[in-house]
Ligand binder design. Sequence first.
Ligand SMILES: Nc1ncnc2c1ncn2[C@@H]1O[C@H](COP(=O)(O)OP(=O)(O)OP(=O)(O)O)[C@@H](O)[C@H]1O
Ligand SMILES: [Mg+2]
Length: 275
Amino acid sequence: MSEIISLINEKGGVGKSTSAITISQILAISGYNILLIDLDPQMNTTKMFSNVDNIKDVNYEQIFCSRMEDKESVLEYISTTDYNNISILSASRELNTLIYKIYDKSKEKNIELCLRNNLSLLKDEYDYIIIDNSPFKSYLTTCAICASDKIITPIGVDNFSYDGLMSLLDTIEELNTKYSLSIEFAGIFMTRVAGRTTLFKQMFESYENMFEDKFLPVSIRNSISVSESNTTFEPLLTYDKRCTAAQDYIELVNYLGLMDNKHFRELAKYLKGEK
Ligand SMILES: Nc1ncnc2c1ncn2[C@@H]1O[C@H](COP(=O)(O)OP(=O)(O)OP(=O)(O)O)[C@@H](O)[C@H]1O
Ligand SMILES: [Mg+2]
């Protein structure tokens, strides 16, 4: 049974795509089978795997607006990548128009649960399904929230929207009540942290006070390797598995309890260069 995790924050540039890709890569290296879903028409996550010639066209309208019957019809849209254990449901510019189509259709019938239904057909195919969301708040994100078991939110040290986060927490509660779901808000973590500066310490403390146990004690340090790996279109651990940000993401994956000991041993072998 796969677990579906969404990265969401309506602030742009806080590290959603970097986190989705890096968490996926860490889990994949450890031996978990991962489906990465890119729901952002900017296609940043898809571009990371754009060396793949056979990226399949996706009929988003079918996936978001209809209840599909069998897993084969969903698998038709999923591309394998050059990276072991990582498959991708790619994004395209078409997602921009889909947002309006979903909105129109939602007036006629309730389609918020279609994506959930369709991804549930894949529950035995993948260990984790990781969804990278757009910063633009739309019905696409609502569908992704409904489909998710857990939501995690990266935030910047100085790029923070309290209202946006509160409205995300309210939306999760509303959808849980409306559809009797148990979507869990698994927490907020800081990204692009430039060392233990006074600003960092102040922000860390105020986030802790605001969000209590929902504020995760693991922060991702700023690392030049992250921007370089984006430029060379290589996932972070391929580019530099020893950089500070990679270490922090591994700690985050552990903190979130996503990896058991057996898989952690596989990751350790990779980090030591034994595989
Ligand atoms: N830990 C880090 N260290 C250095 N740079 C980082 C780090 N995390 C992210 N970045 C850089 O910040 C920029 C934004 O990151 P990313 O694309 O992951 O954010 P995002 O939340 O997905 O953005 P958007 O809202 O536009 O989708 C990128 O250029 C990325 O290289
Ligand atoms: Mg992004």
